[in-house]
Design a protein around this ligand. Structure first.
Ligand SMILES: [Zn+2]
Length: 340
């Protein structure tokens, strides 16, 4: 049976936060907000199990944004005075916190939701953290004066949290590195090294999710400039193939990424994106199984994990639920087809 998993994020229910936004405002505060985050996490664990997914995540219900959620527990960062900065190669402007001193963890970042996840499913669990290069691209540096140095400082902190997640019983720790797709030479040069530093010493599985982003307008416009064939992965995958990271993702449905890029990941497990996050149309099981079939030309079936192209956070909640069911149904159909 093909394994199935989501990339990471899921929509937040309307009673938890603003909907259809990447940086939503929370509805409540204090103890009430903490309860609401917990309730939303439990709800999505159940929804993923009901859909039939093999690997279960927390849906990132407890963090406002996948990078800033981690940074909130890091000292040396000034969240009070955010500044506007162009991120991902100036693709969009964001209000980002500033690094003003040496970085250190104030304590555990994701203990509550990781332990909640572990306690409420018997299936494999996956937990996501932002990758060092993507963090560096989402903060303003007023202290280190060197992107590489700052990335390794963050990698050390990520490693502390990743080891703690492993101790919580998490089976797969995934680092999200959308910035790899933007800074290709730097990614192959020091990005992968910083990532390995973040994953150093882990005995659980490790994964990296690189992608062309959520289905928001700024990304759609950027994608339109990338040409007929998206060959960015050609530069990054060889470095990742040589790395110690176990699993690598790529978008395969409705994407301009040539599917033969998978061949560059020889020896790795591949999270094959079979669910489009930029469209509200629900994939049919046949469509999902067809995409899995195309990927199987380049990856062994026991190394293929059927996955969403990216996170589902900005989507409508009911559409996301339907997409989870389509993912599981399509993987089951591919299995029935005997992997052809
Ligand atoms: Zn993504």
């Amino acid at each position: 049976m093909f394994r199935t998993a989501i990339a990471g994020s899921l929509p937040k229910p309307a009673w938890l936060a603003e909907t259809h936004k990447l940086w939503p405002q929370w509805r409540g505060q204090g103890a009430e907000l903490a309860d609401a985050k917990r309730d939303a996490t439990l709800l999505w664990i159940k929804a993923q199990e009901d859909a039939g997914l093999a690997v279960i995540g927390d849906g990132e219900q407890s963090r406002q944004h996948f990078v800033h959620g981690f940074l909130e527990q890091v000292s040396g960062i000034d969240f009070e005075h955010k500044v506007e900065m162009g991120i991902r190669g100036d693709r969009y402007k964001a209000m980002v916190p500033q690094v003003t001193g040496p970085l250190a963890l104030k304590g555990r970042v994701h203990a509550t939701e990781a332990q909640l996840l572990r306690a409420h499913t018997r299936r494999l669990t996956k937990f996501t953290l932002p990758g060092p290069m993507t963090i560096v691209d989402t903060v303003a540096d007023r202290f280190y004066g060197d992107r590489v140095k700052m990335a390794f400082a963050f990698a050390e902190l990520l490693n502390q949290e990743a080891r703690a997640l492993e101790a919580d019983g998490i089976d797969i720790v995934q680092f999200d590195e959308p910035a790899f797709n933007v800074f290709l030479d730097e990614a192959a040069d020091w990005g992968v090294r910083a990532l390995e530093r973040a994953a150093q010493g882990l005995r659980c599985k490790t994964a990296v999710h690189i992608c062309y982003g959520y289905g928001i307008e700024a990304n759609l416009q950027w994608k339109a400039t990338l040409g007929e064939q998206w060959r960015q992965y050609e530069k990054i995958f060889p470095a990742l193939a040589k790395s110690r990271i176990d699993q690598v993702s790529l978008e395969c449905l409705h994407s301009h990424v040539p599917i033969e890029m998978i061949a560059l990941l020889d020896g790795k497990e591949v999270m094959v994106g079979v669910i489009d996050v930029a469209s509200d149309a629900i994939e049919t099981p046949e469509e999902v199984a067809d995409t899995i079939g195309r990927a199987l030309q380049y990856v062994r079936r026991d190394r293929l994990i059927a996955c969403t192209n990216c996170g589902l956070a900005p989507m409508d909640r009911h559409i996301a639920e339907a997409k989870l069911r389509a993912l599981a149904a399509g993987a089951a159909l591919a299995d029935q087809r005997g992997g052809k």
